[in-house]
Design a protein around this ligand. Structure first.
Ligand code: ISJ
Length: 280
């Protein structure tokens, strides 16, 4: 698995997993941004799916199941994520350098043949990991905003929907590593002095594009409005809220807030932490 230096200005689209050894398939800032735009769709659909279920707070209560196989008390949601990661690890999910588990401690080696993913990340920086922050943000801040109060007893479906949200949020936020790699290889002369000086604030300034962030926030709100509508053949039957706006399955302003308060800031933390290790 060769570490591949990235080249800008590639005109060929890259699959989300840059998984080929074709040297023409390389990353550029435009391509990594295209990937982030596509992941927005998955995030909005995942949130819409989770919003179908009420909060179902028993799924998040660590005492509800009692002691789990001698591991102490774990919630249904945590057991669901851990057990899924165990099987997905065995089947090779974490061979893909874009995938990071929430509970790496429990995982066995894959028993599938190794796939030769191209390593686009700088090895010493690839281990940047904010999974704990994503986990806390999702359960403590986001979930109460997207799920209505209530309990329909379907805890496993809610936990399954949570897992999809968590995995796609993690993929998006940790994609900050690929973004940072491209920014660094486009302008090492700009980034290297700040990396050597360990100047987090200056690195944050260098990698920030406020106009791009504004577009991202507006676009995800719009996606939540468009994807979250009921589609009927007769427009007159479409349900609307008090302002006459089409009713949405997940509140678009919550999706905008998710991005502005958590997704973009955490992506930028990943970028800074990656850059700080980029010359190790
Ligand atoms: C991801 C990037 O880096 C920063 C983070 C952004 C984001 O998380 O959407 C957007 C712009 C930048 O301020 C980027 O430049 O595209």
């Amino acid at each position: 698995m060769a570490y591949q230096i990235l080249h800008k200005n590639s005109s060929r689209p890259l699959p989300e997993s840059s998984c080929c050894d074709d040297p023409l398939k390389t990353l550029s800032l435009e391509l990594v941004r295209d990937t982030l735009v596509r992941i927005e769709d998955s995030i909005v659909f995942a949130l819409i799916e989770r919003a179908r279920f009420p909060l179902n707070s028993h799924a998040y209560d660590a005492s509800y199941l009692g002691n789990h196989r001698g591991h102490g008390e774990r919630s249904i949601a945590e057991v669901f994520v851990r057990e899924t990661e165990v099987i997905e690890a065995k089947l090779g999910r974490y061979q893909n350098p874009e995938e990071i588990p929430f509970f790496a401690d429990d995982l066995a080696s894959p028993f599938v043949p190794a796939f030769n993913y191209t390593q686009v990340l700088y090895p010493a920086a690839a281990s940047v990991n904010v999974s704990k922050d994503i986990w806390d943000m999702y359960f403590k801040k986001l979930l109460p905003l997207i799920a209505s109060e209530g309990d329909d007893g379907d805890y496993v479906s809610a936990a399954a929907a949570d897992l999809v949200c968590l995995q796609v949020l993690s993929r998006r936020i940790h994609y900050g590593r690929q973004v940072a790699e491209v920014k660094f290889s486009d302008a090492p002369q700009d980034y290297s002095p700040a990396i050597r000086a360990k100047d987090r604030n200056f690195l944050m300034k260098l990698l920030t594009f406020e106009s791009v962030e504004e577009m991202v926030k507006k676009r995800v709100e719009k996606k939540a409005k468009v994807f979250g509508q009921d589609v009927t053949l007769n427009d007159k039957n479409n349900s609307t809220d008090f302002d006459g706006e089409p009713k949405c399955k997940v509140d678009p302003s919550v999706v905008g807030r998710l991005y502005s308060e958590w997704v973009i800031p955490l992506t930028k933390v990943v970028e800074v932490e990656y850059l700080l290790r980029r010359l190790d």
